[in-house]
Design a binder for this molecule. Structure first.
Ligand code: NAD
Length: 240
């Protein structure tokens, strides 16, 4: 199977790669379902990753993100991130990397042009449209920080359930899915849309699709091959 996929990679003029939380699991970043441990086990992602949850319990949601930020700040890209970045550098213009991850590990590995469909956990933004008083210079510290004049809250710059994805990144990702010859789908449960739909788009547009995941996923139905493997172990030999 490794040789088959290597052959497809060699033949492909353009490769799209779609990654999810499993890509960073071996760096020590828990996947979404695993992240609900300890203190947070009583909440499901919908309790923590929606605008409604933030408005209802801003301190609880802010603290959960602070906890994840701290964890992510302490980890490094793994061999899977590094081998993708190295492949992209060796083959300029041949690979489009689309990620659902908000941890910045692909970027840290050298892929600054990764399409981060769900934002970046290290950054903040205003919850409501900023008014003239909402200035980055005068933000008052707190959990969450806020504008001292109108009370507008800072929130993590990630895409929550029910929110739109950044339009330009999504458009570029859709274009890549439509025009690639090969899509590698790595470490995603395939349950979060519209990102998961990119695998269907690639398949319908005639690309080969390869799923790399230790577990079965709903995207396996469009896969030409499913490799039950972990990203950090498998990608270095695949992309060498
Ligand atoms: P998910 O948690 O729903 O699924 C993770 C998938 O990764 C599972 O299918 C699992 O079998 C697979 N997996 C686990 N270990 C793996 C490994 N070593 N190699 C390959 N695959 C492995 O994650 P998702 O599909 O990305 O969707 C959930 C949402 O959670 C996304 O929107 C994402 O933005 C967000 N999220 C991001 C991070 C991150 O930035 N690292 C972490 C958790 C959640």
């Amino acid at each position: 199977m490794l040789e088959t996929v290597r052959g497809w990679i060699g033949e492909a003029r353009h490769i799209a790669v779609l990654t999810g939380a499993g890509m960073s699991a071996e760096s020590g970043v828990p996947t979404f379902r695993d992240a609900q441990t300890g203190l947070w086990s009583q909440f499901n992602p919908q309790d923590l990753a929606t605008e409604a949850a933030f408005r209802a319990h801003p301190q609880r949601v802010w603290d959960w993100y602070a906890h994840r930020r701290e964890m992510i700040a302490a980890v490094q890209p793994n061999a899977g991130h590094v081998s993708l970045a190295s492949f992209a550098q060796r083959h300029p213009g041949r690979l489009t990397l689309i990620t659902q991850n908000v941890d910045g590990l692909h970027q840290l590995a050298g892929q600054s042009d990764a399409l981060a469909l769900h934002g970046n956990i290290a950054e903040d933004q205003w919850l409501d449209s900023p008014r003239s008083c909402c200035s980055k210079e005068t933000i008052e510290a707190g959990r969450p920080p806020h504008c001292p004049v109108c009370g507008n809250l800072r929130r993590p710059a990630v895409v929550w359930f029910g929110e739109s994805l950044p339009a330009a990144a999504l458009e570029t990702a859709e274009h890549a899915a439509c025009h690639c010859d090969l899509m590698l789908v790595i470490g995603t449960s395939g349950e979060v849309y519209p990102a998961a739909g990119l695998a269907f788009t690639a398949h319908q547009s005639g690309a080969r699709v390869v799923v790399i995941n230790p577990e079965p996923t709903p995207l396996d139905v469009v896969a030409d091959l499913c490799l039950r493997a972990s990203a950090a172990v498998f990608l270095p030999s695949l992309l060498a």
